[in-house]
Design a protein around this ligand. Structure first.
Ligand code: SAM
Length: 211
């Protein structure tokens, strides 16, 4: 199997529906973002362990979230939960610049190394810290993608969204969440629920409190 086979399957199953997301998936090879012991499963539609009780999400949910987020080439993007760096590279393939925040130092290092294989890595700023408070020094962001489950929508993330901006975020318990699409419009903040998802918990000031 190769990366193109994964992309073809994601299109066949209608997880990828836009040319933009398709091109991003074709230009970022998932095998560079999974640990050695699970490389043989890089092109399966499965979440895979990346150490420290964390995972690289399944390609189908990554594709779904990217389609919902609708990243354009001028967009300044914030990602909370760098993990392997895979999603940050996909975002960088579509947007102008990506700020991605990870709380586990070893995963920050893992992502940095993996991103060397990504031709968009110059567009990515990798930050070690608590992404539940966002990244105020670079706010506002046109798009925010959260890849860990928050107990509720963190206020700072809403504040750091540009007018007209959009955020995709799993909200719920430490095991199961609903995927929210949050939009900041002139007349207020709008929320829509896409459906059920299962992400590792967001740990931090506006996340869950246990590690
Ligand atoms: N987007 C990642 C990828 O492409 O591999 C997968 C992310 S993994 C499902 C969730 C990540 O969120 C984990 O690496 C975890 O350490 C991180 N995380 C959890 N709480 C966080 C927080 N408050 N700030 C930043 N990262 C956090």
């Amino acid at each position: 199997m190769k990366n193109e086979d994964l992309v073809e399957e994601l299109i066949r199953q209608k997880y990828i529906t836009s040319e933009r997301v398709k091109q991003a998936f074709l230009s970022v090879d998932r095998k560079f973002f999974v640990p050695k012991d699970v490389k043989s499963r890089a092109y399966y539609d499965d979440p895979l362990p990346i150490g420290y009780n964390q995972t690289i999400s399944s390609p189908s949910i990554v594709a779904t979230m990217l389609e919902l987020l609708d990243v354009n080439e001028g967009d300044k993007v914030l990602e909370v939960g760098t993990g392997s760096g895979y999603n940050a590279c996909l975002l960088a393939a579509m947007g102008r610049v990506v700020y991605t925040v990870e709380r586990v130092p070893q995963l920050r290092d893992f992502a940095r190394k993996n991103m060397e294989n990504c031709r968009f890595h110059d567009k990515i700023m990798l930050i070690l810290g608590d992404g539940s408070v966002g990244y105020g020094v670079e706010a506002p962001f046109d798009k925010i993608m959260v890849t860990c489950g928050a107990p509720e929508i963190p206020k700072p993330l809403v504040e750091q969204l540009s007018p007209g901006g959009r955020m995709v975020i799993p909200v719920g318990s430490t095991f199961f969440q609903e995927l929210y699409i949050v939009e900041k419009r002139d007349d207020g903040i709008y929320r829509k629920i896409w459906g059920d998802v299962a992400f590792v918990p967001m740990i931090g000031k506006h996340g869950h409190r246990w590690a």
